[in-house]
Design a protein around this ligand. Structure first.
Ligand code: SF4
Length: 136
């Protein structure tokens, strides 16, 4: 049923030239239906990119973490960072980077200043570490 609905949406999109805002937690469906993706964490966009570019090279630490949750069917043996820390309350998210309690790259700036979306390659990313070029 889900596949039929998605295929119908794509057909209508092609036939009528539509744009859909499509919200999902299912990364496989997002990859199938979307040409451009906004990754959100606690109500804020942390990365905005073409879908293929995001899957190929996620920049924001949360986007990386999300993509690391996809099973590696090729069993490449690449390292995956374990998820640590607590998710802040979505009712009262921190006024700084909301991902900082779980981010392995958080520093003092992350705990005192909210990152804004900035261009990075063809994407836009809200992350101090990306802006400072200190991510591997
Ligand atoms: S701004 Fe800091 S805490 Fe937030 S995702 Fe980037 S490195 Fe991590």
């Amino acid at each position: 049923m889900q596949a039929q609905i998605l295929n119908l949406m794509r057909e209508l999109q092609r036939a009528l030239g539509l744009t859909y805002p499509f919200i999902s937690h299912d990364l496989a469906v997002v990859y199938y239906i979307s040409s451009r993706v906004a990754v959100m964490y606690l109500g804020r966009i942390c990365e905005l990119a073409e879908t293929a570019a995001l899957v190929e090279r996620p920049r924001h630490p949360y986007a990386r973490l999300l993509l690391d949750t996809i099973p590696d069917l090729e069993m490449s043996g690449r390292d995956r960072a374990p998820v640590a820390g607590e998710v802040p309350s979505p009712i009262d998210p921190p006024p700084v980077c909301a991902f900082h309690p779980r981010c392995p790259h958080a520093d003092a700036r992350c705990r005192s200043e909210r990152p804004e979306l900035r261009p990075d390659g063809g994407a836009e990313v809200a992350c101090h570490a990306v802006e400072e070029g200190r991510l591997p």
